[in-house]
Design a protein around this ligand. Structure first.
Ligand code: FEO
Length: 170
């Protein structure tokens, strides 16, 4: 049986993952609106990944005999100053998610919930990747500035495809 404190924190995390999904969907809509079709595709895939994160937590709670409780999703921003601004927001947001995951892990540790600690290691690793990717985007956009470079950057983002990892499918 899943520890009640862990269950509560995991349900909060499910909400945060869905909020993340909604944020990236909003960024995708913004990118479409301002003519960045490639970045719109990139953020749409990010939206799918965040839903997979929520799904992974939901499946885990159920597998441990816990109860999934879905909560309202808060509204998100709908516009940004630039693509760079959107990626800066992405990094800031992912840092917050990392802090939440670490907190969740600490609760599982305090409750001596070893299975949850092992499952959460996947999320800890994922957050390292998420922050690294956002930082790479910021670095690239800062370097290329506006103009043709930005056009090429957007074209490169159009190539991203959604590929659920084996772990996400579990
Ligand atoms: Fe689910 Fe972007 O962390």
């Amino acid at each position: 049986m899943l520890n009640k404190n862990v269950e509560k924190e995991m349900n909060d995390q499910i909400n945060a993952e869905f909020w993340s999904a909604y944020l990236y969907l909003s960024m995708s809509a913004y990118c479409s609106d301002v003519g960045f079709a490639g970045a719109a595709n990139w953020f749409k895939i990010q939206f799918q990944e965040e839903q997979a994160h929520a799904d992974k937590l939901m499946n885990y709670i159920i597998s441990r005999g816990g109860k999934v409780t879905l909560k309202p999703i808060e509204k998100v921003k709908t516009t940004w100053e630039s693509l760079l601004d959107a990626f800066k927001d992405t990094l800031a947001h992912e840092k917050k998610v990392t802090a939440m995951i670490h907190h969740l892990y600490e609760v599982a540790e305090k409750e001596k919930d070893y299975a949850s600690q092992i499952m959460l290691q996947w999320f800890i690793n994922e957050q390292v990747e998420e922050e690294e990717t956002a930082q790479e985007m910021i670095d690239a956009l800062t370097m290329i500035g506006d103009g043709y470079g930005l056009y090429q950057f957007d074209k490169a983002l159009a190539a991203r495809v959604y590929t659920p990892t084996e772990t996400e499918k579990e």
